[in-house]
Design a protein around this ligand. Structure first.
Ligand code: 13P
Length: 272
């Protein structure tokens, strides 16, 4: 059943309050939007604490960002939200916040790409860090472009996080998952190191994801994508053990990978 305008506005406020209560935003940080149809969206106003949001503050805009309803002005980051809706028709809600631990990863230049918790592997996979951009400019929407088709969660370099979903609740849950994953990763590093989930177990999780029909896009296994290159981390558990069976069947170095690629091309040119 379609939600009323009031229900949508109330939900946006509730998510804003949760972000504020969880410490994912300070002062007037963060913004939230919901798609009504291809040319109508509700969004949070600029310069208001997400902890103080009330339904009468929520603004309706069109697909160009023009205000259709509301007393206040739309979020200064609305271009980022509208770009997501343009590129991802499956997305109905966008949440931007500054969750402190995930944001600290981007500040420290540490990727949030280690597979440490089954839930995070199932729902978000690795979270890419988008190139730094000046807030409110087209630099931020542009920085999402390399990742937008395969991910539902993004870190914005030295800035914060962006999560998207088919519903507002889903986008909010993904935001919580990103921060929780970052927190556990930070704790594990402080306790002496991260033992990642081995490749064989990752494969099972990917299968499970298919079976459970978990909604949203997923980047797949970044580790598999790096097999045979210098970025391969298949044997990176804390004990230095080799955890990946597929590794032995694949080229072991970037040079081997290059030779394999050239051989493939030559064979294909020869009609094999
Ligand atoms: P707005 O108040 O304009 O939505 O901006 C908050 C913010 O987090 C900017 O990155």
């Amino acid at each position: 059943m379609q939600k009323s305008a009031y229900e949508i506005k109330k939900e946006i406020c509730e998510v804003g309050h949760k972000l504020y209560d969880k410490g994912f935003v300070a002062a007037n940080d963060g913004n939230i939007s919901v798609k009504v149809n291809d040319n109508e969206f509700y969004c949070t106003p600029t310069g208001v604490s997400k902890g103080d949001l009330t339904p009468d503050m929520i603004i309706k805009i069109d697909g160009t960002g023009k205000k259709l309803e509301g007393k206040l002005n739309p979020s200064s980051e609305i271009k980022m939200h509208l770009r997501v809706y343009k590129e991802r028709p499956d997305v109905n809600a966008v949440v931007h916040a500054h969750p402190p631990i995930a944001t600290a990863f981007t500040v420290a230049g540490v990727e949030l790409d280690q597979y440490i918790l089954p839930e995070a592997v199932l729902t978000i996979g690795n979270v890419p860090t988008c190139e730094y951009g000046t807030p409110s400019t087209m630099e931020i929407p542009d920085s999402l472009m390399p990742y937008i088709q395969k991910h539902d969660a993004f870190l914005l370099k030295n800035h914060g996080a962006l999560t998207i979903g088919f519903s507002l609740q889903k986008a909010q849950f993904v935001m919580e998952e990103v921060e929780f994953n970052a927190k556990i990763c930070k704790y594990a590093r402080e306790l002496g190191g991260v033992e990642e989930i081995p490749c064989e177990q990752l494969e099972k999780l990917m299968e499970l994801r298919k079976k459970m029909q978990i909604p949203g896009r997923h980047p797949g296994c970044k580790r598999c994508a790096n097999l045979g290159t210098d970025k391969c981390r298949c044997k990176d558990n804390a004990k230095g053990e080799h955890t990946c069976t597929c590794h032995s069947e694949k080229p072991a170095s970037s040079q081997d990978a290059l030779i394999a690629e050239i051989t493939k091309k030559v064979l294909s040119a020869l009609g094999h």
